[in-house]
Design a binder for this molecule. Structure first.
Ligand code: FES
Length: 77
């Protein structure tokens, strides 16, 4: 006996970013990075998604979660 698959709305990660799209995908060309460090959002709460705006701090305080950004570092040669 297999349980019926349930919709788990309370487990949604993405609450409001590009909900009209079936899948949110972001492509970043490493060669185009302007500064030495760029932070990309992994909490899906940033108002500047896909770039982190530090909304993860409030999210972590409210939920007890521990998410943070992906930081890309560019070597300056
Ligand atoms: Fe989402 Fe920083 S705002 S990881």
């Amino acid at each position: 006996f297999l349980p019926k698959k349930k919709k788990q709305k309370d487990s949604l990660i993405n609450l409001k970013i590009q909900k009209e799209n079936p899948k949110v995908v972001n492509e970043i060309d490493i060669e185009d990075l302007k500064s030495a460090n760029v932070c990309y959002c992994r909490c899906w709460r940033s108002k500047t998604f896909p770039v982190c705006d530090k909304s993860h701090i409030k999210h972590n305080e409210l939920t007890g979660d521990n998410v943070g950004p992906l930081i890309l570092k560019k070597k300056i040669l």
